[in-house]
Design a protein around this ligand. Structure first.
Ligand SMILES: Cc1cc2nc3c(=O)[nH]c(=O)nc-3n(C[C@H](O)[C@H](O)[C@H](O)COP(=O)(O)OP(=O)(O)OC[C@H]3O[C@@H](n4cnc5c(N)ncnc54)[C@H](O)[C@@H]3O)c2cc1C
Length: 397
């Protein structure tokens, strides 16, 4: 039987794709190696832009995520600063007449809401199904799957690979850039309620980001591989001390309860480290295949770009497929149109993250750094964008 579409991986991006045309009569099947109800990845805090929220609203699952306790934390302000420097910028949602600049969402809650919605939709998801190979011909693609020890083969007009790695497609060249840096991530209990304020602090040794999530902060601390091992081995109290020092927290400002910095941290939990790499495929389409999400480009989380880019990949691909007659699904010209549609957004996300990471560890000029998270939050906010552009052009205060 020839399916219209096989989606490899029903993580946040693959599941978003499947949901986007769930009720539109397309014969699609999504395969995921994880057991039903399990997570494909460890839990983490995803910074969602306003645009990503709109996509989830259109798919009808935003309210389910928002109703889950502590699953969505609105970012009320972003404070961007440089340790030891004089530059500082703050974007405030209220000042811009907005309910939030963006949202921090837990991977677990997002995946659970997507899985539940897919369970109700017509499209099929097969869990515990690991794809081992993809072979393509000019007229269809064949997918080898192992499930419960048995092998089976599916064929489709198009295979969308959203497995987070993209290695199954050998014909598309992948670029790897290792920054020789490691991100130490985890959760912090703040001494005082965070009020939804996110912080991005640039230090000569690299950036530290704090994202409000539930009652905690999720943190991303960029450092060298050897220092990351030391940091992971430190007892909690010493780790907190080191983090406060790196962040440049000082008692005077803490006592003044200034909202220009967090009021210190009481506890740390869930410390983990992962290497800082930029990885992306040269082209996102090939014969009867398309790559999306992290399979197409895996960007470092400090810039908050990668996941939002993946959501847009899924949504745009769904729009393209919905506008395509069934017979033409997977045809070369249609895939080329999709790739063209995604080119600028993708290139900007990759170049931006690379540019941001490229200045890690250096004493970068003031006007080059204050960008990461803030830019991601600004995609639908022209007024803020103008203010931001003004600050970038005329200096910060
Ligand atoms: C260690 C780490 C930490 C991160 N931290 C952050 C962060 O703090 N903030 C942030 O914004 N982003 C973070 N990211 C990035 C973020 O997690 C990704 O952008 C997002 O998960 C991309 O979603 P995806 O659906 O493309 O891929 P994934 O989330 O990787 O999902 C892929 C899915 O495919 C399935 N799968 C894999 N291989 C197969 C196969 N062969 N057959 C069938 N199914 C398969 C998996 O089970 C999984 O469900 C992090 C990434 C990593 C690796």
């Amino acid at each position: 039987m020839l399916h219209d579409l096989v989606i490899v991986g029903a993580g946040p991006v693959g599941a978003t794709l499947a949901l986007a045309f769930a009720d539109d009569g397309l014969d699609a099947v999504a395969l995921d190696a994880r057991p039903a109800g399990a997570l494909g990845r460890g839990d983490r805090s995803l910074a969602l832009s306003h645009g990503a929220r709109l996509i989830l609203e259109r798919l009808g699952i935003w309210s389910a995520i928002a109703a889950t306790r502590d699953a969505v934390t609105p970012i009320t302000a972003i404070d961007i600063s440089q340790r030891g420097g004089f530059g500082r910028m703050r974007l405030d949602a209220l000042e811009q007449g907005l309910p939030a600049l963006g949202y921090v969402v837990s991977y677990r809650a997002l995946q659970a809401a997507l899985d539940a919605a897919l369970g109700r939709a017509e499209n099929r998801v097969v869990y515990g199904a690991r794809v081992t190979a993809i072979r393509t011909t000019p007229s269809y693609a064949a997918v080898d799957v192992t499930q419960a020890g048995a092998g089976l083969e599916l064929s489709a007009r198009l295979v969308a690979v959203a497995d987070g790695g993209g290695e199954l497609i050998s014909g598309l060249k992948r670029h790897h850039h290792d920054y020789g840096q490691v991100a130490v991530v985890g959760k912090l209990a703040p001494r005082e309620p965070h009020g939804g304020v996110a912080f991005e602090r640039f230090t000569p040794e690299g950036p530290v980001a704090l994202l409000p999530e539930g009652e905690h902060y999720g943190f991303v601390w960029t450092t060298t591989p050897s220092q990351s091992e030391t940091l992971l081995a430190l007892p909690d109290a010493q780790f907190l001390e080191a983090l406060e020092q790196r962040f440049g927290l000082h008692a005077a400002a803490r006592n003044a309860r200034a909202r220009t910095q967090p009021a210190g941290f009481e506890r740390v939990s869930d410390r983990r480290a992962f290497p800082l790499r930029l990885e992306y495929a040269d082209r996102v389409v090939g014969q009867r295949v398309v790559l999306l999400g992290d399979a197409a480009q895996a960007l470092h989380p400090v810039a908050g770009q990668g996941f939002n880019l993946g959501m847009r990949d899924a949504y745009e691909l769904a729009q393209e497929l919905l506008a395509t007659p069934r017979d033409a699904i997977g045809a070369r010209d249609r895939l080329v149109t999709y790739a063209r549609r995604r080119r600028a957004d993708r290139a900007a996300g990759i170049a931006f993250t690379h540019g941001l990471l490229g200045i890690f560890g250096s004493d970068a000029p003031l006007l080059r750094w204050p960008r990461g998270l803030a830019l991601t939050m600004l995609d639908a906010l022209p007024a803020v964008k103008r203010a931001f552009a003004h600050a970038m052009t005329f200096g910060l205060h």
